[in-house]
Write a protein that binds this ligand. Sequence first.
Ligand SMILES: NC(=O)c1ccc[n+]([C@@H]2O[C@H](COP(=O)([O-])OP(=O)(O)OC[C@H]3O[C@@H](n4cnc5c(N)ncnc54)[C@H](O)[C@@H]3O)[C@@H](O)[C@H]2O)c1
Length: 254
Amino acid sequence: MSRFIDKVAIITGAAGGIGSAAARRLVAEGARVMLVDLDESALQELSTELGSATRWCRADVSNADDCQNYLQQTLDNWEKLDVLLANAGIEGVVKPLHEYPNEIFNKVMQVNVHGVWNALQQAMPVMAKTGGGSIVITSSVAGLQGAAGMSAYVTSKHAVVGLMRSAAIEGAPHNVRVNTVNPAPIETRMMRSLEREMSAENPEAVHDQLGQAIPFGRYGSAEEVASMLLYLGSEDSSYCTGGTYTVDGAMSSG
Ligand SMILES: NC(=O)c1ccc[n+]([C@@H]2O[C@H](COP(=O)([O-])OP(=O)(O)OC[C@H]3O[C@@H](n4cnc5c(N)ncnc54)[C@H](O)[C@@H]3O)[C@@H](O)[C@H]2O)c1
């Protein structure tokens, strides 16, 4: 498929599992892609792998000036923006609410919510000026249901669903579509970290238990999430806006 020929995309969290899978797919389908992340060496490596269709920009998504910088660099290179995957995120720690450290709660909200807020606030007017575009926010099944020990992450992933719904209504008259993707556990660094948090002695057992609790009997892959990100980013989903799109092996159906 070549749905992204002549399209310009930004991916935040591009150096991570889901972001890099989406970057590979976008480039394969013809897009020019600005790779954004905190991890400079991983960005460099990915950009070298993907070649001249990519540029990279180190940024902390929670910082509005950094957001302005990655957006400006995209426009300086390619003069427009068609697709924004607001995907950067952190997991926080696993602790009951009454023990959850306030500073970690704040950090998770800064990155997962304020990072998306910055991107929406600054990218929507740019897209509106050039005829529209598609913004996809990586939320989670944790944006649709609660989870013990994960209060900050769950709060942040619910919050971006609210942001998405408001942005979709505001963006509609300008042909700016906004949706969330809501994945179940996916085989990336983030789940390895959470599995260790849940059981330092036997993280593999946590992986197996969590996988078996999903009706499909397994975690998803980053490529399975990337498929949905690209569908929502492309014109294939031209009437889809304001929606939550699960990629979860029926996890949230129970
Ligand atoms: N892995 C899962 O099970 C899962 C499930 C549902 C949703 N998600 C969401 O998917 C998104 C991608 O996660 P992933 O699984 O690829 O994890 P990951 O840890 O592999 O990737 C996350 C990336 O975000 C980057 N990042 C973190 N803080 C940042 C900041 N302040 N500014 C810029 N970049 C920053 C990290 O450097 C990393 O490269 C996240 O929003 C996550 O919450 C993941």
